[in-house]
Design a protein around this ligand. Structure first.
Ligand SMILES: *Cc1c(COP(=O)(O)O)cnc(C)c1O
Length: 346
């Protein structure tokens, strides 16, 4: 890896249209290395290309995991990270499943907050935010280590200013329902690791060309799981149905937060496995949506299954989807009380 993606530093002017999500990196990043059985001193450095052995474990055996979380600039000027502890716990869980060194919670917490403070002047106003991308990778230089874990690792914390995801309005998604392929190996579904996205790439691109689909909803064995990078929810007036947690899919922090808020608002929340057939019946009268940190909650307008198209919520983004999205966004931006203690001042 000789260069970072085609990313530039944040523009100081405010041109429109804004750069696409993830294409701009802040000027500084967090770095800490694991060597000789222990973590070194973390530092915040200029965002720059990495020096990595071409034999680095990650390049050959995909020993890597990441997180995605956001810090928000509130009206009072403070910077607040949403559900920092949950993301730290999930990153440690991913590292454990990949047999990578697990960063201590205090190390991750300190480094992420130090990065937010270091790039404070690059954090856009709401509805923009600072997207944070902690990345852990095995750097042991050994191309004969297919069955040996990496005993060296690098942890980076990248920061990326992001602007309104829906500046052009929220377009209802077209979702291809795939009841044959799996998104990933079942024991890695709950691990946020690069290989999972590589596995979902080809089916997603095929669905894009064949069905003009935005995403694939993976439903191996006919039970609904999730899309390539977001959780899936069914909604109706004061009712939500979503798959119960198991190791086969990613346990979204947005999902958990939306369900908690929905319960606060009096929704009946059902978490259990459900089939494609049940989902298609629900779609006749209800709504469907995808949840994740980047877009929070996005409405599904069409489900595509076996060459038939099923409109959802009349092909629009439904009222329950908009209501829950607004409720969560208000907490994230400090516009509604943080009853669950989800925000941490950087
Ligand atoms: C990151 C991710 C999600 C969403 O998780 P959040 O914590 O809500 O951002 C869902 N599914 C997959 C596969 C993911 O990688």
């Amino acid at each position: 890896m000789t260069s970072l993606p085609a990313a530039t530093t944040a523009p100081t002017a405010t041109p429109t249209p804004r750069p696409a999500f993830g294409t701009v990196l802040a000027r500084r990043m967090g770095v800490v290395r694991f060597e000789n059985g222990r973590w070194g001193e973390p530092s915040v450095e200029a965002t720059a290309p990495l020096t990595l052995s071409p034999a680095a474990h990650v390049l050959h055996y995909s020993s890597t995991c990441f997180e995605g979380l956001k810090a928000y600039r509130w009206a009072d000027g403070s910077l607040n990270v949403f559900r920092l502890d949950k993301h730290i716990a999930r990153m440690r869980q991913s590292a454990r499943h990949l047999v990578l060194p697990e960063p201590d919670p205090a190390l991750l917490d300190g480094l992420i907050r130090a990065v937010v403070r270091a790039v404070a002047d690059e954090v856009p106003e709401a509805p923009g935010a600072l997207y944070l991308r902690p990345l852990l990778m095995g750097t042991m230089p050994n191309i004969g280590a297919a069955a040996t874990p990496s005993d060296e690792a690098t942890l980076l914390v990248l920061a990326s200013p992001v602007w309104d995801y829906f500046s052009g309005g929220m377009k209802p998604l077209r979702i291809f329902v795939d009841d044959k392929n799996s998104r990933t190996a079942s024991h890695l579904g709950m691990v946020k690791t690069g290989g999972n996205y590589a596995a979902a790439m080809m089916p997603t691109l095929e669905a894009r060309t064949r069905h003009r689909a935005d995403q694939v909803l993976f439903c191996p064995g006919g039970t609904v799981q999730e899309t390539g990078a977001a959780n899936f929810l069914l909604l109706q007036k004061e009712r939500i149905l979503t798959r119960s947690l198991d190791p086969s899919f990613l346990h979204g922090v947005t999902r958990a937060s939306l369900l908690a808020l929905a319960r606060d608002l009096g929704y009946a929340v059902e978490e259990r496995p459900f089939t494609v057939a049940e989902m298609l019946r629900w779609a006749e009268h209800g709504e469907a949506a995808l949840s994740g940190t980047a877009a929070v909650l996005t409405g599904v307008g069409t489900l595509i299954h076996e060459n038939r198209e099923y409109p959802v919520a009349g092909g629009n983004v439904g009222p329950e989807t908009l209501r829950l999205r607004a409720a969560l966004v208000a907490v994230q931006r400090g516009e509604a009380p943080d009853r669950h203690g989800w925000l941490t001042r950087a």
